[in-house]
Design a protein. Sequence first.
Length: 314
Amino acid sequence: MLRSKSENCCISYARRPEITARIIDGKAIAEKVRAEVAIGVSKFSAEHGFPPGLTVVLVGDDAPSAVYVRGKEKASTEAGFKGQVIHLVDSTPEAEVLATVQRLNADDTVHGILVQLPLPGHIDSDLITSAISPAKDVDGLHPVSLGMLLAGSPGFIPATPLGIQRILVEEGVELSGAHVVICGRGSLVGRPLSVLLSQRGSGANATVTLCHTGTRDLAEITRQGDVLVAAMGKAEAITGDMIKPGAVVIDAGTSRVDDPTRKRGYRLSGDVAFAEAVEVASAITPVPGGVGPLTIAMLLQNSLKAAIRALEAA
Ligand code: GUN
């Protein structure tokens, strides 16, 4: 059962009236989180006489990564962080990226470090991610952070899964006992989200099915999801017939699809065929403007947490 936000009543998935889905406003939810974080940042800065610091490392010229990093820098500065981007050229040797991370680990003015992925092919992403101090791992991708999440005592939770959970909570979706079907087992979204939503506690306690490229008859499983999360990185892979009527659909995909009718030559597409899905789901996140803004907001939330913890530990 899905609790309707506006009417505070329950809609049966099976006997749902024919309506089009509510479009979830990720930007508005992210604004709320960012405003909460900005209050915390201002309190932190007043107490300590310096702002919390977040440094993002970008290696190379991947165009979508550059856009994401600009967004992170802008949002962190707006929230009052000492935001910094270190942009290294594509050919930077692995050892130099490692040395950059180690220098940031030792810098007391930097409380959070994020190395934007993907990294150029000659750099081992796992090596770099593992080199970040777990105390500054605001991306939540260090093996210690992931292990703590698995152990049920989370340190830093990866921003996109945390953002998806926040969307579901803000939208009043009852997760306890719900069947959440996640498509995609990537380390940034699908895998950590499966752990996050299946743990005990509020905003979780769901029955989670994690689908991947080895899943047989994907549609048969996706149609069972009260909540369906698409995180496959494959444009419009989830079609309307794969969605349970009345399901809540969360689209964590962003792909650039060639589109000669657009001035820039491409459009952004999610992993869900939106026009079809909107006729079947009860609520759905758009692309852009759904999950993406929450990823940035939750990164800021993690970064404030890192700064507070660092000062408590000092
Ligand atoms: N690239 C796309 N999403 C992310 C993210 O959440 N963290 C990092 N480090 N890189 C990304």
